[in-house]
Design a binder for this molecule. Structure first.
Ligand SMILES: [Fe+2]
Length: 196
């Protein structure tokens, strides 16, 4: 019995040491461990909303819009792009643009503007700041979504609990991101792209 017990103890010890090292690495690097993405709601395609006056083409490719001098509270939005059969779409072009935390757009450069592509699982992740509202508008992030063989979608993402939501004539409750449980400013938003 003892000769079987000893290897088990060694295995448990090695695993414990590995787990301890992993915990130390995560703690020291500040690596962010995201909670799992909730299941998608593929009940219908994501609706389109007005582009507004501030779109600029040829934004830089980047997943993070955070850079020195950007005003606002850091947030992360992540999710998937699906077709209406709930199949994830890879390599989808997403172009984001938004106001900073004080409600101002950069119309001379590309601050808080950037595009990226969904990965091999159909997922995107955007690091940015919580946009501020401006005259007549609640907090929102504009986005264009272009999936191969499908019509381009232009829409906006909104945020839960903003008192300006009910006073914004463009606001649509189906476009509100879901806030993650727990601490931090982590949001989820899935896009469902119609075929026609
Ligand atoms: Fe806007």
């Amino acid at each position: 019995m003892k000769k079987y017990l000893r290897p088990s103890i060694i295995c448990i010890s090695v695993f414990s040491i590995f787990a301890l090292f992993l915990a130390i690495i995560i703690f020291q690097t500040g690596a962010q461990v995201f909670p799992p993405v909730p299941p998608p709601d593929c009940g219908g395609p994501t609706i389109g909303l007005t582009e507004g006056p501030f779109y600029k083409s040829n934004s830089p490719e980047r997943k993070s819009l955070i850079e020195p001098g950007v005003i606002g509270t850091k947030i992360t939005i992540t999710g998937y792009v699906y077709d209406t059969e709930c199949r994830p779409l890879t390599g989808v072009w997403l172009d984001f643009w938004q106001a900073d935390g004080r409600g101002n757009y950069d119309n001379t450069g590309f601050r808080l503007r950037g595009h990226q592509f969904t990965d091999a699982t159909g997922r995107y992740t955007l690091e940015t700041v919580m946009p501020g509202g401006y005259t007549g508008r609640t907090a929102h992030i504009h986005v264009k979504v272009r999936a191969e063989g499908k019509p381009e979608l232009t829409t906006q993402i909104f945020f839960p609990g903003n008192p300006r939501n009910t006073r914004d004539g463009i606001f649509d409750p189906s476009l509100v991101a879901r806030k993650s449980e727990g601490d931090g400013m982590q949001f989820y938003f899935d896009f469902i792209i119609a075929s026609h």
